[in-house]
Design a protein around this ligand. Structure first.
Ligand code: PLP
Length: 404
């Protein structure tokens, strides 16, 4: 591959105003103008390099946005106070009343709830489809469709979207492909595969320290300017702005993302292989048994691996809960939602992060009660982690006897 996502971050040069190796943090909500005319021009969007008000933009937010745009290979980016604060204004900006969205049916529960329950209030309807079936996606497009929405690797089922294939469909129908890349930063670069807009919940791998929520929309200058427009920009008017102190700290964490992703991927890949050998129903894009293993391979930036997320199915919610409680007691990770932490996190999505999705729909998409979603941590000794997890599973009779 010709592009080097992480190196593009390393290549950026931001000095602080006093020569600090980190840029100074902009600690102002508002900015002075030497002339009233420049203030007017800034409101009109015609005064490059001038800051108006921090809900619109701030130096710290721009630094973080530019680093993320460099990572994703887009012209620019806009950071927000949460991942939902990136997703919701993007979709509201792209759609008017009467418009239609085609979305993957396996997406984060909050995004699903927004599309299923909230946007219909504005007469924006969504068809939820199996995103791995390109013919089904295309057949769902109507004359009112404005957006195809998916996650590169879906939460929680780890379905993989064929971004090139979806981009071709989107182009043919003149609609916008929006990809949430939260589960696969660096491993997959959706914009380079044809996505128009790439979104992240920074809360997860990118920040990596589970100390804040945050989000970003990466796209063209034209689209990001539209989001920030003082008259009709959804980010500007809905107001989900990241605080400058926070964006400065996320930028510092971003610089080690390439190393962290490699370790998350190595550890997850080790555990996935072991769990599968033990006879557990294991889903991980790095396993040859994953239905989209070859597709992921064809899209990935190889050195970052297949990511840190895997799922196993232990048969029932009771068993899943018992196992998670035991693993937490043994300090193998935390029973917590979210992902991308240095410590392994595990949860049963059906009763937590995907609980917004009605039970019968969970069943139709293959989200079973006994599913445990793991965000694998940065453990220095993953063999030991595996042995201890295996002991927990054996003591709860989770491993099939003939396989052990
Ligand atoms: N996208 C994905 C794939 C997620 O997993 C999440 C949160 O879990 C979000 C978006 C929403 O992000 P946030 O919680 O930062 O608003």
């Amino acid at each position: 591959m010709a592009f080097k996502p992480a190196n593009n971050i390393q290549d950026l040069q931001y000095f602080g105003e006093f020569g600090g190796v980190n840029p100074s943090i902009s600690d102002s909500s508002t900015y002075t103008f030497l002339s009233a005319k420049t203030m007017f021009d800034t409101f009109e969007g015609n005064a490059d390099g001038c800051y108006l008000y921090s809900r619109h933009s701030s130096p710290s937010n721009l630094y973080l946005g530019e680093a993320l745009a460099a990572m994703e290979g887009t012209e620019t980016a806009n950071v927000s106070a949460s991942g939902m604060g990136a997703i919701t204004p993007t979709l509201m900006q792209l759609c008017d009343a009467g418009d239609h969205i085609v979305s993957s049916r396996t997406i984060y529960g909050g995004t699903y709830a927004f599309l299923k329950n909230f946007t219909p209030r504005f007469n924006i309807e969504t068809s939820f489809v199996d995103i791995t079936k390109l013919d089904v996606v295309e057949a769902s497009i109507t004359k009112n469709t404005k957006v195809i929405f998916c996650e590169s690797v879906s939460n929680p089922l780890l379905e993989v979207a064929d971004i090139k294939g979806l981009a071709e469909i989107a182009k043919r129908h003149n609609i916008t492909l929006v990809v949430d890349n939260t589960f696969s930063p660096l491993s997959i670069s959706p914009a380079k595969l044809g996505a128009d807009i790439v979104i992240h919940s920074l809360t997860k791998f990118i920040n990596g320290s589970s100390d804040t929520v945050g989000g970003v929309v990466c796209g063209t200058q034209e689209f990001i300017d539209a989001l920030r427009n003082v008259n009709d920009g959804a980010s500007m008017l809905l107001g989900s702005t990241m605080d400058s102190l926070r964006s400065a700290s996320v930028l510092k964490n971003l610089r080690t993302l390439h190393i962290r992703m490699q370790q998350h991927s190595l550890n997850a890949s080790y555990l996935a292989e072991k769990f599968e050998q033990d006879g557990l129903k294991t889903v991980y894009p790095g396993l040859a048994s994953h239905p989209s293993h070859d597709l992921f391979k064809s899209m990935m930036n190889e050195k970052y691996g297949f990511g840190g997320m895997l799922t196993i199915d232990v048969g029932s919610l009771d068993k899943a809960n018992e196992l998670m409680e035991m693993m937490q007691k043994k300090n193998l990770g935390y029973l917590a939602v979210s992902l991308g932490f240095y410590k392994t996190l595990f949860s049963a999505p059906g009763s937590s992060t995907s609980s917004e999705i009605p039970e019968e729909e969970q069943e139709a998409m293959g989200l079973s009660d006994g599913l445990i979603r793991f965000s694998i941590g940065l453990d220095a000794d993953i063999e030991r982690t595996y042995q201890m997890m295996r002991e927990c599973m054996e003591s709860l009779n989770i491993l099939k006897a003939e396989m052990v």
